[in-house]
Ligand binder design. Sequence first.
Ligand SMILES: [Zn+2]
Length: 209
Amino acid sequence: MEFKIKKFILKSSNSNTYLIQSEVDEKRCYLIDAGNGIEAINALQPNQNIDAVFLTHAHYDHIADIHYLLKRFPDCLIYCSLETKVALANSKLNLSFYHGTPIEYSGENIVVLNDFDTVTLYPNQKIVAIATPGHHIGCLSFQYQQFCFTGDSLIPEIAVVTKLKTGNKEAALNSIAKLKIHLDLNTIIMPGHGEQINYGNLNWDFFFN
Ligand SMILES: [Zn+2]
């Protein structure tokens, strides 16, 4: 495989941050979420950059290290939905206010993505944003090669949490159904919490019962 994906867990909330590195261009690296950006950045080689972070949503446990990331890599772009951009700028909306360390960020380097927008990570390798609202109205999943990073929109064997602000159970189930139809059988689901799982091994019915 010419690229690799490493996972870093923010222990206080068990949330996953993923680091994408590629032999195609070793300097360019990417993050999915930034809950544990510190360990992900510490894992980089001296010549490596984080070119962009893709936020599945703005809840505190997925953005905790965003300021650290931007301090280390001021040119880093933040790709997210419009609702995530709004929540990122408001510590009550991103819930960090209620967890001891308020996080608020708004800057010119935020790029809003809509459903099925794509971003080129490496030549001929795009990441696809898939709108998966429900856990939060602004949730995105990201499909890259055979992987799909689902954030809190799809966590194996865990009902989607929809009781937080803008949560919606019906939307959450529609989003899971959307992923089930859109993703192919070879997909490896990379959730925002817990372990990765192959599409075929996922108990999809769990969510609909
Ligand atoms: Zn969340």
